[in-house]
Structures are given as structure tokens and as C-alpha cells.
Design a protein. Structure first.
Length: 443
């Protein structure tokens, strides 16, 4: 698609390009425009219809949005912004420098500016900061006929027309009505007879991660956002929730890889920032690894007595780390989807202990037999076998409980993921190995 656009632009076939772009999805057009030069991007953008242009603009990277805004005339900028919903305009503003923000605010209406400023006052990553104030609302005395007429009148400028919100005095949320029920009901029916009063509400200060979980649980196209007094102040739509889920998932993956989360893409992030985001974790893990080194140094005499012990340290450390990572990954996922709650910590401990016994015994028997056949040393095979059981139990319990403890402390459970769990398990495995060796082998 990018090559086709470049070719049509190079040959000045603007009419053909306009027709070509009219057949493509806005998301695909945005990806293609990101690959054009500044001049070609503006030229191609100007060939889009007004409705498609606003959709494409929302899907562009912030870097290219800023370039377009700087190249737009005031009239062009107003035409694009007029087609955006308030929450989309806020998303654009949050990524722009001060001079661009000023130009955007000067290009929107007074009412839009008031709504934008209201949303910008909410904390980052809160429900209030991601909601839209453009929704379908009904009064309690409306009939189905009046409700449908209201949707026809204002629906074009609303982000979701499939759900209407019935408001009482002072905009208190009374119930919700599906457009399907309105269409299928008698025109004289009062909407209060159709509304559902069992409403899933989001509060303005709820964390965006909790918002994502609610959408995953209830499968709604939109959910209402209320203030502390129950007044409806906005809604959050499914597309915004999907963006949040994607953002939170990417953040968790970065934390689990011992990297400080970064909002920019990999290629757009500078080498210095990449290093900065990684070095603190690496320093922490390196310092914690010195504990393992100190344990090994403490048992230097054991090496001198039985040098073959050194050969089993990597295997024991890797096995413990892998077992801990398995448990932490499953528990972190369970916490993320609300399958596991902090109060379930004892259930998790009991389950992981039983899993560890089963896994540990099998690994112990397999390695014990191998070591005996290879070295003909029963005490060595027993030492390694018992250490494996202990290391697996410790690793499984640590991997299962540390994410829950992090959750209780209001930390991201992903912090207790592979690198940190592995480092702790390494130290525990080595300590258990030498303690058992000294008892079994009489060192």
C-alpha cells in the first residue's frame, strides 16, 4: 500500500490516489502515511474525505500528528478537530508540546475546550482521564418515540449510540437502555419501563487497569463513569478499553523482563533512554546475585573436599529459577484476570506445594539415577536429589506467593517475575545444596 501511494504521488495521479484511499481502512492508511515524507504525507492526507481524515489522524503516531498540525492551516486543523470526539482530542493533546496544545485549544469551540480542560484535570491512568463526555442521555419522562428522535438528532456527534443513559434529577444515573430495545418496543412505551437499573458503574478515579478488567468481565460496548455522588459525567467505550488493556499488557511484559516501562516504541526510543530503563534493574539484580557468590565462597572448603559438587551448581540454579518463573507467570496471569485474589494466598501456597512435591520427586529420581550410573556415588546422587526437591519447593512457593505479596503492597505483581524470582531462587538453591551436602556427605 505504501509503495502504491508513493508511485501515484510521484506520477501526480491525485485523482486515482483519492479513489484508491477511499477504498482503504483508516487504520491501514495511517500505517502507510507514517512511511511517507512530510510533504507527501500532507498531500496524501489532504486527499482524504473529512470523515476519513479524522479517523486516520487519530491512528497516526503522535510524532506525525504534530508534523501535520504544524503544516495545517487553521481551517484544516479546525476541520479535523471538529470531527474528533473529546477524548480523542485529549489523547492528542497529552502527547503535544505547549505551543501545539495552545493552537489546538484555539481551534476548538468554547464547549469543547471546557470538556477538554475537565478531562485533563483527572489523574493520569484514571477512568476520568480516558472517558468521553459525548454520549446519549435520556430524561425519565421520555417515551420510546421521543428517545429515538433524540438519538437521530444528536447521535452523529456521539461516540456510542447503542446504549442510552437514563438520568434523574441533577444527572443522577437511574438506568441504561439498549438501542435494540427501543427499536423493538412500542413508540408510546416509557423508557423507564425498558431501562435496566442493575448498572455496572466506573468511578472517575478508578485505575484504568480496573476499567480494562470490567470490560473483559462484562463484554459491554460502553460503561458509564460517575462521580462520588453518582452523577453521570462520561462513558468509556470498548475501543478505549482495548487500548488500555494493550498498554497495560505491554507494561507488564517490560516489567517482567526487568525493564522500566517506556511509552515510546523500541525504534523511537534513544539508546541512552534504553540504557537508563534497563541499568537500574540490572544493577539491582547484579548486587543481589552477589549473595549467591558469597554463599559459594563460604563453602569453599566443600569444593576442595568434593570438587565434583561445582558441576551441579548451574543445573540446580537453573531448575530452581525455571520452577519459580513458571509459578510466578501463572499467578501473575491469575491476578491480572481476577482469577486469583490476595486472600487466596493460602490456597496458592497449598497448591504450589503439592505441585512442587510431584515435580521435585520426578526430577530428583531422574537425576539421582543418572548421577549414580555416571559417578557410582550414592551419597552424591542422594545429595543432588534431595537438593532438587528442596529447590523446587522453595522456588514454587516463592514464585506463587511473591506476586500476591506485591499485590497486597499495591505494587505491580509483574515486578516479582522471572529475573527477580530467579535471582532469589539461585541463592536458596545453592544454600540448600551445600547444607545438604555437608550433612549427607559428611564434609
Amino acid at each position: 500500500m505504501l509503495e502504491t501511494i508513493k508511485e501515484l504521488l510521484a506520477n501526480k495521479m491525485f485523482k486515482e490516489l483519492k479513489k484508491y484511499l477511499s477504498l482503504k481502512e483508516p487504520e491501514d492508511i495511517a500505517i502507510a502515511l507514517n512511511g511517507l515524507s512530510d510533504e507527501d504525507m500532507v498531500l496524501a492526507f489532504r486527499l482524504l474525505s473529512k470523515d476519513v481524515a479524522s479517523d486516520v489522524f487519530v491512528d497516526l503516531d503522535s510524532e506525525f500528528q504534530e508534523k501535520l498540525i504544524n503544516l495545517f492551516s487553521d481551517k484544516e486543523l479546525k476541520e479535523v478537530l471538529d470531527k474528533l470526539f473529546v477524548d480523542e482530542t485529549v489523547d492528542v493533546i497529552e502527547e503535544m508540546p505547549a505551543d501545539v496544545i495552545e493552537r489546538i485549544l484555539n481551534s476548538v469551540s468554547t464547549n469543547q475546550r471546557a470538556s477538554i480542560n475537565k478531562l485533563l484535570q483527572y489523574p493520569d491512568d484514571s477512568a476520568g482521564s480516558m472517558m468521553t463526555t459525548e454520549f446519549i442521555d435520556f430524561t425519565e419522562d421520555m417515551t420510546v418515540k421521543e428517545a429515538l428522535a433524540h438519538i437521530r438528532k444528536v447521535g452523529k456527534n456521539r461516540e456510542d449510540i447503542y446504549t442510552g443513559y437514563v438520568l434523574g434529577k441533577n444527572r443522577l444515573l437511574r438506568g441504561i437502555v439498549d438501542a435494540k430495545d427501543l427499536v423493538l418496543s412500542d413508540s408510546k412505551t416509557k423508557i423507564t419501563e425498558l431501562m435496566n437499573e442493575n448498572i455496572v458503574r466506573i468511578h472517575t478515579l478508578d485505575d484504568q487497569e480496573e476499567v480494562g478488567k470490567l470490560f473483559g468481565k462484562y463484554y459491554e460496548t460502553s460503561l458509564p463513569v460517575v462521580d462520588n455522588d453518582g452523577h453521570l459525567v462520561g462513558i468509556i467505550t470498548l475501543d478505549d478499553a482495548i487500548d488500555v488493556i494493550k498498554e497495560e499488557t505491554e507494561e507488564d511484559f517490560e516489567i517482567m523482563a526487568a525493564v522500566t516501562p517506556n511509552e515510546d516504541t523500541y525504534l523511537k526510543t534513544s539508546v541512552f533512554k534504553h540504557a537508563k530503563n534497563r541499568i537500574l534493574w540490572l544493577l539491582l539484580l547484579m548486587i543481589s546475585s552477589t549473595i549467591t557468590g558469597a554463599i559459594i565462597a563460604k563453602y569453599e572448603a566443600a569444593f576442595a573436599a568434593v570438587p565434583i559438587l561445582v558441576a551441579f551448581i548451574p543445573m540446580l540454579m537453573d531448575t530452581g529459577g525455571n520452577c519459580g518463573s513458571q509459578a510466578s507467570t501463572l499467578v501473575i496471569r491469575g491476578l491480572a484476570v481476577d482469577d486469583i485474589k490476595p486472600k487466596d494466598i493460602l490456597k496458592v501456597i497449598w497448591k504450589e506445594f503439592r505441585v512442587a512435591i510431584g515435580v521435585g520427586v520426578i526430577l530428583s529420581l531422574a537425576n539421582g539415577l543418572r548421577i549414580y550410573l555416571q559417578y557410582k556415588d550414592l551419597s552424591l546422587s542422594i545429595t543432588v536429589g534431595l537438593t532438587l526437591i528442596v529447590a523446587v519447593i522453595i522456588a514454587k512457593l516463592l514464585g506463587g506467593t511473591l506476586p500476591i505479596i506485591a499485590k497486597k503492597l499495591k505494587l505491580d505483581p509483574a515486578i516479582m517475575a522471572s529475573p527477580l524470582i530467579t535471582t532469589i531462587c539461585d541463592s536458596c538453591s545453592v544454600l540448600a545444596f551445600f547444607t545438604i551436602a555437608m550433612q549427607v556427605m559428611g564434609i
